[in-house]
Write a protein that binds this ligand. Structure first.
Ligand SMILES: [Zn+2]
Length: 203
């Protein structure tokens, strides 16, 4: 799925999970908003291994463009040059990550999601932060695996124990990343999650 789809799916899943577990926006607005922010960022986190990830795009980090800018150094002022150098530095680090972490590799494993969620739990307990924050992180991260799990490629949920791509739906129902089908799938998942939330709150 595309970054924006993951953000929408993550925000919906996190917001609904917070409401259902008693952190509603009316009684706990601050915790709710912090949780929603953390959860939405967590939903984008697994794609840090993608060469076209949202972080890189929003920072305008393209290694070859950064180098091109630098070759025109005579026309650039000191501030621009400093920014160019910082960009190249971060872009090179991300390139390094790309090289050693194949897309939909370890950051997309169920075990990694579980491990990070436990880490978030430990962090919140140690620093006496409210529980909804680690719950939001976990729901956000797992929502990413759900979103990629309904694409044709699938996700290696059970790796490293079972190193195979797994789809959560039969192949003909799965969508291609960035396609119109992805928008329909996203609308369907969002409706499903919102329906579940209302059912839980009213029931
Ligand atoms: Zn992904």
């Amino acid at each position: 799925m595309l970054g924006q789809s993951h953000a929408i799916l993550g925000a919906t899943a996190v917001g609904s999970a917070l409401m259902v577990t008693g952190t509603n926006i009316v009684d706990h607005p601050i915790t709710f908003i912090f949780g929603l922010t953390i959860g939405t960022l967590a939903a984008l986190l697994p794609d840090i291994d993608s060469p076209h990830n949202t972080f890189r795009k929003s920072l305008g980090l393209n290694t070859s463009k950064a180098f091109r800018d630098l070759t025109r150094w005579r026309k650039r002022n000191f501030l621009q040059l400093t920014i160019d150098l910082i960009q190249i530095w971060i872009a090179l680090i991300l390139d390094f990550v790309d090289k050693f972490m194949p897309h939909r590799g370890p950051t997309h494993w169920g075990a990694t999601a579980g491990f990070f969620t436990l880490g978030a739990y430990w962090f919140c307990t140690t620093f006496s932060l409210p529980d909804p924050l680690w719950i939001a992180f976990g729901v956000g991260y797992f929502s990413h695996l759900l979103g990629d799990g309904v694409t044709k490629q699938g996700v290696k949920f059970l790796a490293p124990a079972h190193d195979k791509f797994i789809r959560l739906l039969p192949k003909f129902l799965c969508v291609r990343t960035g396609s119109f089908g992805e928008k329909i799938m996203l609308s369907f998942l969002v409706s499903l999650i919102l329906g579940w939330m209302f059912w839980m709150l009213i029931g």
